[in-house]
Ligand binder design. Structure first.
Ligand SMILES: Cc1cc2nc3c(=O)[nH]c(=O)nc-3n(C[C@H](O)[C@H](O)[C@H](O)COP(=O)(O)OP(=O)(O)OC[C@H]3O[C@@H](n4cnc5c(N)ncnc54)[C@H](O)[C@@H]3O)c2cc1C
Length: 474
């Protein structure tokens, strides 16, 4: 809600794109008294963190389960601002399904970071002692290496140079990084691999804690977010696609929709996915190096397999597969279907899912079901009552080696044009945290223009003393 101490600033901001980046930017500016209009092309807010109505089951299902971690301090801040922070459940343990289908629980001990997970790690049954030693030295070298040295290096090369064994690569490095960065190891910039391990597992004991919403993404980032934004006096305009920006000299003068309805504002924030940025600009502006670089950013797919089964197969809320086709499974609750039969819904997530493109949906479901049957006896008896396979081809931008040279800063050479979106320069991979950070950074730039120096960005989790002594300061 806008703080009463903030006086209204007679400045209009037009934000194009109602994903988490646009929402975060709108929230921060509305709190400082700006007149904010948020234009969203679709019916609902939330962008990629959204849900849709499944025709077969008539249920609202998330396009893909979204999880966050304790290190996502800006997402947490936004959720508090929007009044939705109570809808997440922090997982005290992760559950790993080993190549031989045993389930191992993995959680923190009383030891301070960076050792809080070490007891659980040394107990993992599917890694040899030799591999565990190799991993410990590998992760230490990664955490100690300066980002500037890692940037631009292929992470698979980095691993080979450190003699990490194939088992170790498949069973630890790949499991953690493919699901958090949605890319294969040979397409990951080593600096982003460090980011995941350092912020997630080594800096602070809370960093790794996985948070899973207990309601749909639609409930969180569309319905309740819409009410919160309206309370903050943000003018939210869903179903309103703005098609182009008109720029005269060094200034955006208006934005237009396809019916040539014009929107005028003092500041414009383009918070759309990276592959939609340049098409909104006048043709003669597109070859500016900033925009030309954006067009070179690549994307990675994520697939989710939604299964409605006739019985419960596990009580676990989630589990992580090691060296399997499936990567994560989430239990999504029970409900009655149209025939009044009890159904139990599970969602299996497969990141960087390029290998699925030559399989049809029946084959994908069969492969997944076969894996579930190997782990849970009840899955062997289960019937698939309904399924849905969704592959988002451009789910996230790829953190390919050298990506930082392509990511644009939120401020542009056109003083009243700002950029936001997970793909802009935040140092974070394509995540909700990255999107929120980008929105806050764009808002900070605008605030500074009007001499408001309040920081918007939430600080990182504090690095523990031991972590600082061993790896150096963040
Ligand atoms: C399948 C999948 C799984 C994921 N899993 C996770 C996860 O577990 N954890 C995590 O942290 N992140 C996850 N992500 C990534 C996360 O969803 C994104 O990083 C984040 O939501 C991006 O937010 P954004 O605001 O930058 O972009 P978007 O969400 O893409 O928002 C952009 C918005 O702009 C709108 N728009 C586009 N053009 C126009 C226009 N011309 N006029 C008006 N509006 C327009 C779009 O409709 C959209 O709503 C996942 C993404 C996908 C696709």
């Amino acid at each position: 809600m806008p703080s009463n101490s903030q006086t209204s600033i007679n400045r209009r901001v037009c934000i194009i794109g109602g994903g988490l980046a646009g929402i975060a930017c709108a929230t921060a500016l509305a709190e400082h008294g700006f007149e904010v209009s948020l234009y969203e092309a679709r019916k609902h807010l939330g962008g990629r963190a959204g849900s849709y109505q499944d025709q077969g089951s008539n249920e609202i299902i998330d396009n893909c389960q979204h999880v966050s971690m304790g290190c996502c301090t800006n997402l947490q801040k936004l959720c508090r601002q929007l009044g939705i922070a109570d809808s997440f459940e922090t997982q005290k343990q992760l559950h790993f399904i080993s190549p031989d289908n045993q389930i191992t629980s993995f959680g923190e001990s009383w030891l301070p970071a960076p050792f809080h997970l070490s007891l659980a790690f040394w107990r993992l049954p599917y890694l040899s002692f030799q591999d565990k030693k190799l991993f410990a030295s590998g992760v230490k070298a990664l955490a100690k290496a300066p980002y500037s040295e890692l940037r631009g290096e292929k992470f698979s090369d980095w691993l080979h140079e450190r003699h990490q064994s194939p088992e170790l690569i498949n069973r630890i490095w790949e499991v953690v990084l493919v699901s958090s960065l949605s890319e294969s190891l040979e397409r990951i910039d080593a600096a982003y691999a460090k980011k995941v391990f350092f912020d997630g597992f080594l800096a602070n004991r809370k960093g790794w804690r996985v948070e899973i919403p207990d309601v749909s993404l639609d409930d969180l980032y569309s319905q309740r977010t819409l009410s919160a934004l309206q309370e903050m006096q943000v003018n939210v305009l869903p179903n309103r696609r703005l098609r182009r920006l008109e720029i005269a000299g060094n200034k955006v003068i208006q934005a237009a929709d396809s019916n040539d309805n014009y929107v005028e504002a003092d500041e414009y924030v383009l918070a759309v996915p990276h592959h939609q940025v340049t098409q909104m600009l006048p043709t003669e502006r597109r070859d500016h190096p900033l925009f030309a670089a954006i067009d070179k950013i690549e994307t990675a797919p994520i697939s989710s397999v939604h299964l409605w089964l006739d019985r419960r197969i596990t009580d676990l809320k989630h589990a992580v597969f090691v060296e399997k086709f499936s990567q994560w499974i989430f239990s999504r609750g029970s409900s009655k279907n149209k025939e009044n039969k009890q159904t139990h819904r599970y969602q299996i997530v497969i990141s960087a899912s390029r290998n699925l493109s030559n399989m049809n949906h029946d084959e994908i479901v069969e492969t997944v079901m076969n894996e579930l049957k190997e782990v849970w006896a009840s899955a062997r008896e289960a019937n698939v009552l309904h399924f849905r396979v969704i592959t988002e081809k451009r789910a996230v931008f790829s953190v390919t080696p050298g990506i930082d040279e392509l990511r644009a800063s939120q401020a542009t050479h056109i003083p009243n044009l700002h950029l936001a979106g997970d793909w802009t320069s935040t140092n974070w991979p394509a995540t909700m945290e990255g999107a929120v950070r980008s929105g806050y950074l764009a808002a900070e730039n605008i605030l500074r223009k009007y001499d408001i120096k309040n920081p918007v960005l939430a600080p990182y989790l504090k690095q523990s003393v031991l972590s600082r002594l061993i790896f150096g300061k963040r």
